[in-house]
Ligand binder design. Structure first.
Ligand SMILES: [Zn+2]
Length: 314
């Protein structure tokens, strides 16, 4: 169990949850909110919760995975589109699901919207119509990492739950039991344990990215290729922003935030660059981040970025 979410597993919380039909959960990404909510949905639909308030794992409902469950509609950003949005069509498709009235208490229907801040304004307004008069036994569970991007009209209709991020100790205790190999990624993951787990699962990718950073101006452009973007351009930029931030931070304070196990190498590289050069490159990174959300040719954009990185050392 995710120990920092303990209070949300109590039977009191579950019975509170069904008193109102629209809930907005606010949580930082990477702290396990998706896992918590999927578990809560399964509890809401389970026909025989155990005495410890766990799902029975045997009733008809428990046999389904959340994303295949006939009583759950899961909505997330539209993967077919290049930009991060939830479209009005995705919300309109809910109507047949919502209109089919549920007949019994075990026939609860749940709409689970991940990344609710990606709703376009027309999609948000369409959703609002559903929230104004939800049919009996129909629940809207909304999740966001960005509360200020949610329409005030949606916020005011929802019960808001702000999920606290884990403390350092909670992160480490959880990972020690579940994913010990992820502990060393906690700094790079900014103390977000599920991001650390994702990083541990991608450690070969992370190694090849970091190896290029470490070589300063002497890395081989042949090693810069699309495989570095295997977890997406945003992931790559994020790693590089943290790298540059560490180089800059080291210049002033002789410590780093993210790549703590590379302190010696960071000292060497940081000494080759001026603060101004680092800042200039950082600006290019921000530009690349914006470009990579829209551009079709991601590998050319990456090549250009890495040529700039090389030049920074010239
Ligand atoms: Zn069950």
């Amino acid at each position: 169990m995710i120990n920092w979410f303990e209070q949300y597993h109590s039977s009191a919380f579950i019975s509170d949850l069904i008193k109102t039909q629209t809930h907005l959960f606010v949580a930082e990404e990477g702290i396990g909110a998706n896992q918590l909510l999927e578990n809560l949905l399964k509890k809401l639909l389970c026909e025989n919760l155990t005495d410890e308030n766990k799902t029975c794992n045997t009733c008809p409902s428990c046999r389904y995975l959340v994303d295949e469950h006939p009583n759950i509609r899961l909505i997330d950003k539209n993967l077919e589109l290049k930009s991060d949005v939830i479209t009005i069509d995705q919300i309109r498709e809910l109507s047949s699901f919502i209109e089919l009235a549920s007949t019994s208490e075990h026939d609860k229907k749940i709409i689970f919207i991940k990344n609710t801040h990606y709703l376009t304004s027309s999609a948000a307004n369409a959703l609002l119509k559903n929230l104004e008069e939800p049919p009996n036994n129909t629940f809207f569970i909304l999740l966001t990492s960005n509360l200020h991007k949610i329409l005030p009209t949606i916020r005011s209709r929802a019960t808001i739950h702000k999920l606290a991020s884990p403390t350092n100790k909670q992160c480490e205790d959880y990972l020690k039991d579940e994913h010990p190999e992820a502990i060393k990624f906690l700094d790079l993951a900014e103390r977000k344990p599920f991001l650390a787990i994702q990083m541990a699962n991608n450690k070969e990718l992370i190694n090849s990215i970091v190896n290029i950073f470490l070589r300063g101006k002497s890395f081989d452009m042949m090693d810069v290729n699309e495989s570095l973007l295997a977890s997406g351009p945003q992931f790559f930029v994020d790693m590089m922003q943290k790298w540059i931030a560490d180089l800059a931070h080291f210049k002033e304070f002789s410590t780093v935030y993210y790549y703590k196990n590379l302190l010696d190498q960071i000292e060497l590289i940081s000494n080759q660059l001026s603060y101004k050069e680092l800042l200039n490159f950082y600006k290019k990174l921000i530009e690349y981040r914006r470009l990579s959300e829209t551009t079709i040719n991601k590998s050319i954009a990456l090549d250009n970025l890495m040529i700039d990185y090389k030049r920074t050392f010239a």
